[in-house]
Write a protein that binds this ligand. Sequence first.
Ligand SMILES: [Zn+2]
Length: 485
Amino acid sequence: MMEFTFFCCLITYGVRGSITENALQMKINNIKFFDSNTNQFLDRDSVEIALVNDAKANLASQGGYLIPALTDIHTHSDFYFDSDIANQFAKNMGVTSQVGGLCGFHSVFDENRVTRESFEEYASFLGTKGSIFNSYEQLFAQAQQADKQHLQLLGLNAYLFSYPVDDTTDLDDYVEQIAVLFEQFPFAGISVGLAYHPIKTLSDELIQALLRKLIARVPTAYNYHIRNQNAQVFESLEEVFACHRGLSAHCHISHLKFAGATHIGKVKERFADFQALMAAQDFTITWDVYPFSFACTTISAFLPESDSWSKMSEGEVVDFLLSAPPYDFENVIIACGNPAYNGFKLHEIAAKTNLSVENAYYKVVCELEGIGSYFRQFCTEEDLATLVFADDAIIASDSLGVENVHPRCTHTFTKALACAHQQGDAAFTMMVDKLVNGPKRVFPQLQTPNQYLYINFDDSVEVDLSSLDALIDKKISQFALVTLK
Ligand SMILES: [Zn+2]
């Protein structure tokens, strides 16, 4: 038997001030320690650790891995500062640093320009209303007080919601106002959601001109939710790349997907095309992916213009859906506050209501007034693996609010680690390298975390990217955020 010690004591440690916590200290023998200089695991005979306040105490005293705590570069965490549940979800995935303000949404509106009610409705799918602010001072004050490192992006869509543009707007003046705001607060970058309101209804010429001027004036890290990740994914990438050419700003593609019927079984080729396209550009490009083959987004996202769906007739909606059928549409699962629809697949709702799948979808969207979300398989597991295990992949969650909990909120990083471990030492080391170093390629200002993730796996449990949460949990035999003693 290996010798070990396990004892309980009262310690004081400093995280954002001096917090006194009851914590467990223990010694773990024969541990693999991730060395950030060589990006390899080193064998250590023993390491003394202290468990961070809420960690489980029934840890084994030997074996396992110690890796720097993780950073999630795609969250909407600025929309759930007041949610203990969301914060606990992040810790349960080993995350102690988050980047918020993605997909073009930040949680600040101008009460002199739009009502709180309208902004809450606009951003309701992202989190709790308690985290919506009417000043950036409040947002950054909350970010300071968060119990983890929080970097904040300026969301261009949310900015446009308060300060609309049209063809008569002086874009130079407009961009200068954004630049002043950007320089006034410690924003880590800018995010743009081309598929979301208000950008999706602006003309191509207007948004191209605005972006081009903004990128030239504020050369920071731009994080894009591109317009279309289905059949038009390459046109949508080109739309963004065209704004960056000849300029120095960093271009980051959020949650890259090759989604839908046109890409099924062909993602290896598509990804090779994407790599070649990136290599041909004269500016820096990075991208992230989440390890799930199903997505969750706003319920009206299947409509041609999701923010003006209510102006369309039922016939127009149905014709549109039939003309370009969404991949696996009948198996889309509705997530909403109405128990008649929540958790049901569209074909089940269609059968219950005696309607076609398309008409049933329209009925649900109308009854919910567009407020709800859906889950949908968008690619095969094999296609997904091409992206998740690619050398230059950055794993990020795109975690949303906690009203409709998505596995991305709870299992993004644990799934990536468990599936990589299943594939052997080399794959696991590479995944940890990506998790530790990937975020800094986009946000070099990220501070090195002072916490570590202690993790070990049950080799008798087999998992892959299609495994459900419960099996991933079973695979992970040890898990705690710790500090080194
Ligand atoms: Zn997002």
